[in-house]
Design a protein around this ligand. Structure first.
Ligand code: DON
Length: 316
């Protein structure tokens, strides 16, 4: 990576960034430290881990990308950022009566704190909290309508209608989703699930199975990063609050380490996707399907750290 790294602060030019991303893609392939694909969702277990893509949308709209930036992947938990945006638009701050805003320090699918905290999940990004958000979006609607709302929101954010649900991935998770079923039923036992558990779970599995590529995801993140010209889907205050939750909770029990190493807010998914925002500067999507032991993409996390070093975009 000779000659490309270096703190650029506000002054990173699109050309320097493009050269950096091209070199970073080569470095990632040379390192070949891919991690393991998620195998608890059988459809994801078949994905080749040795893949990498990155796209960065800058404040003035320029897009830089490298690697497999146009290849679709399962966004999985990255969808939780957009379902939260949807529910805030729908019922506003009331959602916080059902879900908290604190990091859990536990795995994304942990049930431990739910008993201690009487069925109120710690935050909207762990599975239990995301199930509550999706359940709220189902209020007064069919699962089909709730899903249309979520995918419509993502399409509007990305400015791209060619975003769809991979039904094979949704069905695959449906078959093996016993842990999520346990979480949904546990929430129900505390009165924190309004709909039949199967409805909420079915909607949630389909929302997680939305397929996007890095270019689409980076565009969809513009409204969270507060970039000029982004679709008006979130108020500035809500965008900043979602960013705060991405920083504190977006990588589950690795959120502290991500903040320490990268210094930017990010939300990961077990499909290997990572949406990251540099407020007012850039929206970034990175994808590499091999995961580390916390269920976050190994190569995407490494790339995020390298990008933050190069650009000087850390918020700290
Ligand atoms: O509910 C699940 O387990 C998956 N659909 C999503 C989990 C996930 O992406 C966690 N992220 N790192």
């Amino acid at each position: 990576m000779a000659g490309v790294a270096g703190k650029q602060g506000n002054h990173v030019t699109p050309q320097a960034l493009q050269e950096f991303l091209t070199a970073l893609n080569e470095e990632i392939h040379e390192r070949a430290d891919w991690g393991e694909v998620a195998d608890y969702i059988p459809e994801l277990a078949d994905v080749d881990p040795a893949q990498f893509g990155i796209a960065v949308v800058l404040a003035h709209g320029t897009v830089c990308s490298a690697g497999a930036a146009s290849k679709g992947f399962s966004i999985q938990s990255v969808s939780k950022v957009f379902s939260l945006g949807c529910v805030l638009g729908r019922i506003g701050e009331q959602i916080w009566t059902r879900v908290g805003r604190e990091p859990s320090g536990s795995r994304f699918d942990s049930i431990l704190l739910l008993e201690l905290e009487k069925g109120r999940p710690r935050n909207p990004f762990i599975n239990a909290g995301a199930l509550v958000v999706t359940d709220e979006l189902l209020t007064g609607r069919t699962p089909r309508d709730a899903l249309s709302e979520i995918i419509g929101y993502i399409r509007a954010a990305a400015g791209d209608d060619d975003i769809h649900i991979d039904k094979a991935v949704a069905q695959s998770e449906e078959k093996t989703g016993d842990r999520n079923r346990a979480l949904a039923n546990y929430l129900k036992s505390y009165g924190n699930l309004k709909n039949p558990a199967d409805y909420t779970l079915g909607t949630y599995f389909h929302q997680c199975a939305i397929e996007m590529n890095c270019l689409q995801l980076a565009n969809a993140g513009r409204c969270i990063a507060g970039l000029p010209g982004a679709p008006m889907l979130l108020s500035e205050t809500r965008a900043r609050r979602i960013t705060a939750l991405m920083l504190t909770c977006g990588h589950y029990d690795e959120s502290g380490d991500f903040a320490f190493r990268v210094g930017l807010a990010g939300k990961s998914g077990v499909g290997g996707g990572l949406l990251m925002v540099a407020p007012d500067r850039a929206s970034i999507a990175i994808w590499s399907p091999g995961l580390n032991e916390t269920g976050n993409s190994r190569a995407a996390n490494y790339a995020a750290e390298r990008l933050a070093q190069f650009t000087g975009w850390s918020i700290f």
